[in-house]
Design a protein around this ligand. Structure first.
Ligand SMILES: Nc1nc2c(ncn2[C@@H]2O[C@H](COP(=O)(O)OP(=O)(O)OP(=O)(O)O)[C@@H](O)[C@H]2O)c(=O)[nH]1
Length: 137
């Protein structure tokens, strides 16, 4: 099992530029796109303002990174039609794989640290927790 933590990049700037209501529309569009891309057995939930988590059963970190890369690419390409016009956003994703000695908190913390590195490395990228290397360079 693997965990993904997804966070929309520079979302404050989206709100500032287009307004909070448009920000909400973008949030819903990103959530819908992710849900459509993930499998029925995957669990997808909002865990904060512009942050989402996904739990992928029977999935290695390597596989989860490939899924994340697909999600990232789809969001980056998507033009979101809103009442304020067309909006584009990107997401950063941190990935961790469940280990024998893990509990939910340690699994979450590793994904959160990976997400932090993805943000620091420039955003719009995927980071795994077993390596500091982004899949998409
Ligand atoms: N429209 C809208 N905005 C929200 C919601 N929840 C949180 N936000 C906004 O999301 C923004 C998050 O900003 P930050 O945490 O600073 O991060 P960021 O601007 O996305 O930048 P990075 O995450 O560092 O790439 C804040 O401006 C919040 O007000 C929501 O439900 N709707």
């Amino acid at each position: 099992m693997s965990m993904l933590l997804l966070d929309i990049d520079h979302f404050k700037a989206v709100n500032d530029r287009f307004g909070h209501q448009t920000g909400d529309e973008a949030l819903r569009a990103v959530a819908r796109l992710c849900q459509e891309t993930l499998r029925d057995c995957d669990l997808f939930a909002r865990v904060g303002g512009e942050e989402f988590a996904a739990l992928l059963p029977s999935t290695t970190e390597r596989e989860a990174r490939a899924v994340s890369e697909r999600l990232r690419g789809q969001v980056a390409l998507r033009v979101i039609p809103t009442r304020a016009g067309e909006v584009g956003v990107t997401i950063s994703i941190g990935v961790s794989e469940f280990r024998a000695d893990d509990d939910f908190k340690s699994l979450y913390n590793r994904a959160d640290q990976a997400l932090y590195r993805a943000k620091n490395a420039g955003r719009n990228r995927v980071m795994g927790s077993d390596t500091a290397t982004a899949l998409n360079g």
